[in-house]
Design a protein around this ligand. Structure first.
Ligand code: ADP
Ligand code: MG
Length: 386
């Protein structure tokens, strides 16, 4: 982390031939439980991870914006007056989209100066750990400071979501940005996606001798396309057929009636969302009353629901989950949008090496590419570094 922070300062000086005004950072996130519930106005329980994107930013005296990333060769340059979501593409749509979206939330873009921005990151890209929210969070916090906007973090999360929806064109909910901006050390963020009220829920993992293992299958997902949009459409269709505004208004007790009204596929999509909302509530209560060692069954049930009802898992994710479960994990589930990406497992520290060895063996045996395996800690959200 120290390296990333000082590195981005040095790189900024080299690329822009000047010093930055400051360095800001924001983390990726993993979702403990609550998948595909956010856009149904339901509940999620993500946490910020100890992998971050850092942003060095310096204001300019003119109205030019220049953005660079250690991930990309080119510098992208645009005039503040020409900032329009239609004109943005590629990776720079994230930081530039955020600048545009701040204008939608009350920033007077006609009155602020341009800036130079350089990004670096150790959040794996496209692994389901939300490298996108990490860029948005770091850029948002930086611009909120230097443009003196005074927006609170809940609002910044909504700005990030707007940027991702409109400027990037990915129809995602607000979970990722909330986790990245609101996360705390050794805690998860319990978010009600209808009211946007959030609450920090202590995890107590270290005290319980538990690790969170990320198992990145390396299978790439296509968030902006295909399956994700289809699932969203099914949820909307299900809510409409049931006569409710969103699936948030359907409870587990309503499921028998839903089964009579809906076709089989729509019913199973609805059942996932409805039971997943209940599992999030149960996880929060269990964490508070019994501690993290008691949430394993809820994680396992979440995976089964995504595999069988929502049908967003892939063989690599199922294998990762089953292998972790069979070798000492307390619970495991795929995390993120699905169709690839990562699974997480809650593993007692003393069982970790056995789980790692078993995963390597199982993936080799099935002829799958080796997964990337690493533990993450629940960490602090976006912050100014220097
Ligand atoms: P995820 O958020 O799960 O990692 P997304 O598809 O939502 O995956 O976002 C990944 C995209 O974000 C990348 O394709 C790239 O455009 C952009 N991105 C992520 N990290 C960086 C970075 N450090 N520099 C530039 N662009 C990045
Ligand atoms: Mg993303």
């Amino acid at each position: 982390m120290t390296d990333l922070r000082t590195g981005v300062r040095d790189d900024f000086a080299e690329v822009f031939d000047r010093e930055p005004d400051g360095v800001w950072s924001s983390p990726g996130r993993a979702n403990l439980i609550g998948e595909h519930t956010d856009y149904n106005e339901g509940f999620v329980l993500p946490f910020a991870i100890n992998r971050r994107t850092v942003a060095a930013l310096g204001l300019r005296e003119d109205r030019t914006i220049r953005v660079g990333s250690t991930f990309a060769d080119e510098l992208v340059e645009v005039d503040l007056d020409a900032l329009s979501p239609d004109a943005l593409q590629g990776w720079s749509a994230y930081p530039l989209g955020v600048a545009w979206a701040l204008g939608e939330f009350g920033a007077d873009l006609a009155a602020v100066p341009g800036f130079d921005l350089l990004l670096d990151s150790n959040v794996p890209v496209g692994a389901g750990l939300s490298s996108s929210a990490a860029i948005e969070g770091a850029t948002l916090l930086a611009l909120n400071d230097v443009w003196r906007l005074g927006l609170d973090r809940q609002t910044l999360a909504r700005v990030g979501q707007r940027a991702e929806n409109i400027a990037v064109g990915a129809p995602t909910g607000i979970m990722d940005q909330s986790a990245s901006l609101l996360g705390q050390e050794d805690a998860a963020v319990f978010l009600d996606c209808r009211t946007l009220v959030s609450e920090v829920v202590p995890l107590g993992l270290e005290a319980a001798g538990l690790e969170i293992l990320v198992m990145d299958t390396g299978v790439t997902h296509a968030h902006a396309t295909g399956g994700y949009k289809e699932r969203r459409a099914s949820c909307e269709a299900g809510a409409a057929a049931l006569g409710v505004e969103s699936l948030r208004d359907v409870s587990v007790d309503d499921l028998p009636r839903a089964r009579e009204i809906l076709d089989d596929v729509t019913f199973r999509r609805v059942r996932h969302v409805v039971t997943e909302n209940q599992r999030v509530l149960d996880t929060v209560r269990t964490l508070r009353e019994r501690g993290p060692r008691a949430i394993g069954e809820l994680l396992d049930a979440s995976h089964v629901s995504m595999r069988d009802d929502f049908e967003i898992s892939v063989p690599e994710l199922d294998l990762a989950v089953e292998t972790a479960q069979a070798n000492g994990a307390i619970g495991a589930r795929m995390t993120g949008g699905g169709f690839g990406g990562s699974a997480i497992a809650l593993v007692p520290t003393d069982a970790l090496s056995r789980v790692l060895v078993a995963l390597d063996g199982a993936f080799a045996e099935h002829g799958f590419g080796q997964p990337d395996l690493f533990t993450v800690r629940a960490s602090e959200g976006a912050r100014r570094e220097s």
